[in-house]
Design a protein around this ligand. Structure first.
Ligand SMILES: Nc1ncnc2c1ncn2[C@@H]1O[C@H](COP(=O)(O)OP(=O)(O)OP(=O)(O)O)[C@@H](O)[C@H]1O
Ligand SMILES: [Mg+2]
Length: 308
C-alpha cells in the first residue's frame, strides 16, 4: 500500500536561493501530519509542490501513489487544499463557491448539495450561505475555504495554517472535525500554534531553512529534548540556606529559586536518589519533572531570533 504522501529528494530554488534542500518524507495513510517551522522555513513551498501549484527544481513527490510531475491531474482529483491565503471567488456567494468546486470535481447536484449543507452547518455558515465572501469577516472566509476543500471528499487534505485568524471557538470546531476525518483521509497541515500540533498531529516534523530538524510524535519530541532533567522541588518548613547546600551537591547542575520552590537541573535521572539521600532530602515535600512544552522544543531547535 503506497504512502499517502512522499517527497523524495525535493529541492526548490528561487533564482540562486535554495528554499527547500533535498527534502525527503513519507506520510502514512490515515494520519494527521504536522509541519512546523519559523516564517520562511519552506512549509508553503512544500505544500505548493505537493498540490501541483509549483514544480520542484529537482526530485519527485507523490500523493496517493501519483507523481506530481507526471500525473498532476490524478493528484488534483484526490486532494483538498486550504492555501495560506484565502482565494475565494468574490463574485460568487458562499454556497456558489462550494457548488462551483463540486462541479469542477465532476460531482452532480444530488451529490454535492447534501454535502454542502453538512459543511455549511459544520462551519457555522449556513445562515450566511447566500452572501458574498467580501461581506464575511476574515475568520468566516477562512471557514468557507476549509469547507470548500472538503466538498469532494478528498483522500488527502492539505491545510496551510488553517486556523490562522480563527477565534478559539472556530479553531476548536475545526480541530474536532479534523479528528473525525483522520480515519477516512490523510491530513497534512502546517501551523504556528504549538497547542494545535500537540492536540491534532500523530506525527510532527520541525523544519527550518528547507531542512528537517526533528520528526516524531509530540511526546517523542518532548522526550528527546528533556535531557536537561529539570525538576521542581518544594521543601517543608524553612528552606532558607538550602540554596547554598544544593549548589554544593556534585550532581546538581543549576539552581533557581522562587520562594520555597526550587528548580533544579540534575546531571541525570540517577541523581534523584543521591538528592533524596542528601542533607536536604528529608525536607522534600514534593518533586516533579518539568516536561518541556512543544514550544520549548521548537525554540531549542530553531533559535530565538526573529526571521526577516
Ligand atoms: N515566489 C518566490 N520567489 C522568491 N522567493 C520565494 C518565493 N516564495 C517563497 N520564497 C522564499 O522561500 C522561502 C520559503 O518560503 P515559504 O513560503 O515556503 O515559507 P513558510 O515556511 O511557508 O513561511 P511562513 O510561516 O511565513 O508561511 C522564504 O525564504 C521565501 O522568502
Ligand atoms: Mg507559509
Amino acid at each position: 500500500m503506497p504512502s499517502a504522501v512522499t517527497l523524495s529528494q525535493i529541492t526548490k530554488s528561487y533564482g540562486s536561493f535554495t528554499a527547500v534542500d533535498r527534502f525527503s518524507l513519507e506520510v502514512e495513510r490515515g494520519t494527521v501530519f504536522g509541519l512546523l517551522g519559523p516564517n520562511g522555513a519552506g512549509k508553503t513551498t512544500l505544500i505548493k509542490i505537493l498540490t501541483t501549484l509549483m514544480r520542484p527544481s529537482s526530485g519527485d513527490a507523490t500523493v496517493e501513489g501519483f507523481s506530481v510531475l507526471s500525473a498532476g491531474k490524478e493528484v488534483r482529483r484526490r486532494i483538498g487544499v486550504v492555501p495560506q491565503e484565502n482565494n475565494l471567488d468574490r463574485y460568487l456567494t458562499a454556497r456558489e463557491n462550494l457548488i462551483l468546486h463540486g462541479r469542477l470535481h465532476g460531482m452532480k447536484p444530488a451529490e454535492y448539495n447534501p454535502r454542502i449543507d453538512e459543511l455549511l452547518e459544520m462551519t457555522g455558515l449556513a445562515g450566511r450561505q447566500h452572501d458574498f465572501p467580501d461581506t464575511f469577516s476574515g475568520g468566516m472566509q477562512r471557514r468557507l475555504v476549509v469547507a470548500r476543500a472538503l466538498v469532494h471528499e478528498p483522500r488527502v487534505l492539505f491545510l496551510d495554517e488553517p486556523t490562522t485568524g480563527l477565534d478559539p471557538q472556530s479553531r476548536r470546531a475545526l480541530w474536532e472535525h479534523i479528528r473525525r476525518l483522520r480515519h477516512t483521509m490523510t491530513v497534512f497541515l502546517t501551523t504556528h500554534y504549538m497547542d494545535e500540533a500537540d492536540a491534532l498531529c500523530d506525527r510532527i516534523m520541525i523544519m527550518d531553512h528547507g531542512e528537517s530538524l526533528a520528526d516524531g510524535s509530540a511526546a517523542q519530541l518532548k522526550d528527546a529534548f528533556s535531557r536537561a532533567h529539570t525538576y521542581e522541588v518544594d521543601f517543608r518548613g524553612d528552606a532558607s540556606g538550602f540554596r547554598e547546600i544544593l549548589e554544593e551537591l556534585p550532581f546538581v547542575r543549576s539552581v533557581e529559586q522562587e520562594g520555597a520552590t526550587f528548580r533544579l537541573t540534575l546531571s541525570g535521572e540517577d541523581a534523584l536518589k543521591p538528592l533524596i539521600d542528601s542533607p536536604v532530602g528529608r525536607q522534600i515535600r514534593k518533586i516533579c519533572l518539568l516536561e518541556p512544552s512543544l514550544e520549548d522544543v521548537f525554540i531549542a531547535l530553531t533559535g530565538e531570533k526573529v526571521r526577516e
